[in-house]
Design a protein around this ligand. Structure first.
Ligand SMILES: [Zn+2]
Length: 217
């Protein structure tokens, strides 16, 4: 059964969110330097690369990433390829998609092309989910939404209404996906964030498993 790794490789080449800590992966001990072992030291924002946002990211009383239900993080999902050169994914766009019975939604956009090209710059003009778009997904019973941008929200959008709408409604936000190698269709999603106690998010290894009957949308 085919597996797709839709996680970004964490490295110092990865673009990080402006203002967030720079990602640093260095050897704290090194065999080449005469140490007993290679030991890597990691310093990064939890919103680096492929990651999950927990309600605590924007809600002071929200739960941490370790408290997110595994039942949402693993299960059937539908990947939509929105292809066209849109900027904000709005409700009108989403109404054209078959979301019936779908709890987990992945949105593939032109953002994935940049990952595929190995683009290491941070671009502000990424495709995002509008507030109306997020409200529409909530109204349809969606419990997890993934996107191929480092943030699901328009860059520097005041008040972060998309994040608030999703997180207040216990919708899991999966960001920083590389969906470039994956055709639209139905898959099993396995997206497991590190179990960081009470944290506002965590780096996540996200995998899609192809189903026997792959259908295209
Ligand atoms: Zn985030």
């Amino acid at each position: 059964m085919k597996l797709y790794d839709i996680s970004l490789p964490l490295s110092e080449d990865l673009p990080t969110w402006p203002g967030d800590p720079k990602l640093s992966i260095r050897l704290a001990a090194s065999l080449l330097q005469g140490d007993d072992a290679n030991v890597t030291r990691l310093d990064m924002s939890v919103h680096s690369g492929t990651h999950i946002d927990a309600p605590f990211h924007f809600e002071p009383e929200g739960i941490g990433v370790d408290a997110l239900p595994l039942e949402i993080l693993i299960g059937p999902c539908r990947l939509f390829d929105l292809g066209s050169p849109l900027n904000g994914i709005d409700a009108a766009q989403l109404k054209g998609l078959d979301l019936k019975g779908i709890k987990r939604v992945l949105l593939k956009t032109r953002n994935s092309t940049r990952w595929a090209q190995g683009d290491t710059a941070f671009h502000r003009d990424y495709v995002y989910l509008t507030t109306e778009g997020s409200e529409y997904l909530i109204s349809q019973g969606v419990q997890l939404v993934g996107i191929d941008a480092l943030s699901i929200e328009k860059y520097a959008y005041p008040g972060h209404p998309t994040h608030h709408a999703l997180l207040r409604n216990q919708v899991v936000i999966l960001e920083g996906l590389d969906l470039s190698p994956v055709p639209a269709g139905d898959y099993e999603l396995i997206a497991l964030p590190l179990k960081l106690k009470g944290a506002d998010g965590a780096p996540t290894r996200a995998i899609l498993r192809a189903l026997d009957t792959e259908m295209n949308h």
